[in-house]
Design a protein around this ligand. Structure first.
Ligand code: ATP
Ligand code: MG
Length: 577
């Protein structure tokens, strides 16, 4: 446990200290990436508990992903020691689940209600009038009309089930109808903190408004320029109107970026400028190391070439993969001759499909890798299948993690596999890999484990200590940092992402630019941007041009890596046509 009190604030800069030690009342911390928002949040909680007579159990800290919640919990452990256990650290879903468990009957549920599995939701939709299973699946993905939804919800309730949306919606309805209960929750958690506030959606916002009165101690933290979840209903305008919603809100801006080298900060600031939602935005590099390296820019002939570039560069950074793979057949990351280890390196991309080429090249070179997206865990076929088997299988012995492995192995060996909802052994193996760490974390609590699966994202299963290169979608990379970042596929049509036939107007270019900004700002020391001249998309090989976002970056910050191949004559011909 670290020393608390003034010693604690010594680890913050002057502005961070103002935020961490401010008296109660609504507060908005508006700050760019790497400015220590999350660090300030944890220090504020520690300071309040150590210096302001706040009890840890009066604090509720909300984040968006389980992984972020775990990290917050860990940082609090470091600052508060055992007392950190009494702080409630939750995601919106786990908070909603807690409220519903405490008042199931008031919400019209029995005490043994649970979250519906995928097949149960499909069954409820089919019973409510969906034409068939595939229609039901489509509705689950794309939303359902209201009337059908009403019948579907009734069906779920009849079986004592809730779905993910219910986890926030039902507590909102419950508290809205019961001011006394609302008061009880307000008294229980008079200090509420929300990280990544730019990504709240209307229902989450309503829950916050119920939990925190307009003059309450709500501390919202975030960066409107990193709002990247509007496709899931998030609305950055809640952030922008915080001062109207909460009386006399204190607004603190942090402007020093501690994460990234000066060239990376400069490039990121230039990249976001055309779309910035923060008037007078500032981001100054705190790190002014003279040995900072320029940002690498690589033009690849193809996606295979781009993937080779990533592997070649990793080879340089960890100090010679090929030698070691020749010597021992395997790479021992701990023995890396270079200064970097695999755990320092992340490869980021816009769409999950882009990971395949990189994964393949890494695996050919024997480089261990972990790939995670921002998709929900339960949306993976293998995960849904294992969850279902675990719920209904009786007589399986051993720890939860052992049961996950055994169930998965049995599933993977089943001969009727392909007829069984199109599940492949590969799906099951990926699911085992994703679920094993989660099972370990949940101890032997099956209900908790199934609830984690129902509410969690793939990225929650990321192991930051694994000696492996991390592959992430840009959405999944939010809030994370890595010494080395490769941002691949920086091409028009991919970043900004445009679907075939979609007009430029239909693409939310501002949000896409924010995604690019999020990607650039994950890097601490080294950033490599790459784009390919040809790429297979929607079943055909296409010519690609660099992302227009690159044009905003001063070429003086970029260093071309490798030699650009001369264009083949065929390309030129295509050009002329
Ligand atoms: P993001 O917007 O990406 O979520 P953030 O603002 O939450 O970023 P943090 O993750 O809290 O930023 O901090 C970024 C990095 O800078 C971390 O490694 C953190 O430890 C470091 N850092 C923050 N403040 C300071 C400081 N005052 N002195 C030294 N290092 C700091
Ligand atoms: Mg953060």
């Amino acid at each position: 446990m670290e020393e608390v009190g003034t010693g604690l604030l010594d680890r913050l800069d002057a502005l961070q200290r103002v935020a961490a030690s401010a008296p109660g009342g609504p507060m908005l911390i508006v700050a760019g990436p790497g400015t220590g928002k999350t660090r300030t949040l944890t220090h504020r909680i520690a300071y309040l508990c150590a210096e302001m007579d706040v009890y840890p159990e009066e604090c509720l800290a909300i984040t968006f992903t389980r992984r972020a919640a775990d990290e917050l919990r860990q940082r609090l452990d470091g600052l508060l020691g055992e007392a950190a256990e009494d702080v409630t650290v939750a995601t919106f879903h786990s908070l909603g689940l807690t409220i519903l468990r405490e008042h199931a009957e008031l919400a019209g549920l029995s005490p043994s209600f649970r979250i519906a599995e995928e097949d149960e939701r499909i069954a409820a939709l089919t019973a409510a009038g969906a034409a068939d299973e595939s229609a039901a699946r489509r509705m689950l993905r794309e939303g359902v009309d209201d009337e059908l939804r009403e019948r579907y919800v009734k069906g779920l309730r009849a079986s004592d089930l809730v779905d993910l949306d219910d986890l926030v919606r039902l507590p909102v309805a419950l508290l809205r109808d019961d001011p006394e209960l609302t008061e009880r929750y307000r008294a229980r958690w008079p200090w509420v903190f929300v990280d990544e506030y730019q990504d709240v959606d209307p229902v989450q916002y309503e829950l916050l408004r119920l939990l925190a009165p307009a003059d309450g101690n709500l501390c919202a933290i975030g960066d409107p320029d990193q709002a990247i979840y509007s496709f899931r209903g998030a609305d950055v305008s809640f952030f922008l109107r915080f001062s109207q919603d909460f009386t006399d809100a204190r607004v603190v801006r942090l402007t020093r970026n501690y994460r990234s080298s000066a060239p990376i900060v400069a490039a990121a600031v230039q990249a976001i400028a055309p779309s910035s939602l923060v008037p007078g935005r500032r981001l100054d590099p705190a790190r002014l190391d003279p040995e900072a390296v320029p940002i690498g820019l690589y033009t690849a002939a193809s996606t295979a070439d781009e993937a080779d570039f990533v592997v070649r560069t990793i080879d340089e950074l960890v100090g010679g993969l090929s030698h070691r793979s020749l010597d021992s057949g395997r790479i021992d990351a701990h023995a890396a001759a270079g200064s970097m280890s695999f755990a320092d390196i992340a490869v980021l991309y816009r769409t999950d499909a882009q990971a395949a080429a990189v994964m393949e090249a890494l695996s050919r070179a024997g480089v261990p890798a972990q790939k995670r997206s921002h998709d929900r865990l339960r949306d993976r076929a293998g995960v849904a299948a294992i969850a279902r088997e675990l719920r209904y299988a009786t007589g399986l012995a051993g720890s939860l993690a052992a049961r996950v492995r055994l169930t998965g192995q049995l599933l993977a060996e089943r001969p009727t596999l392909d007829a069984d909802g199109g599940l492949s052994p590969q799906d099951v193996h990926i699911a085992i890999e994703l679920l094993t760490p989660l099972a370990v974390r949940c101890g032997d609590d099956l209900e908790k484990f199934l609830a984690e699966i129902a509410t969690g994202a793939e990225v929650d299963a990321l192991d930051p200590r694994a000696q492996a290169v991390t592959l992430l979608t840009l959405h999944a990379a939010k809030g994370l940092e890595f010494p080395v970042v490769f941002l691949v596929g920086c091409e028009d049509g991919l970043l900004p992402l445009r679907f075939p036939g979609a007009s430029a107007r239909e693409t939310d270019v501002d949000e896409e630019r924010r995604l690019f900004f999020v990607g650039l700002t994950r890097a601490q020391d080294r950033l490599y941007i790459s784009h390919a001249r040809r790429r297979v998309r929607y079943g055909a090989e296409r010519e690609m041009v660099p992302s227009p976002f690159l044009a905003a970056i001063d070429p003086g910050l970029l260093e071309r890596r490798g030699s650009e191949e001369p264009r083949r004559p065929r390309d030129r011909q295509l050009r002329l046509i």
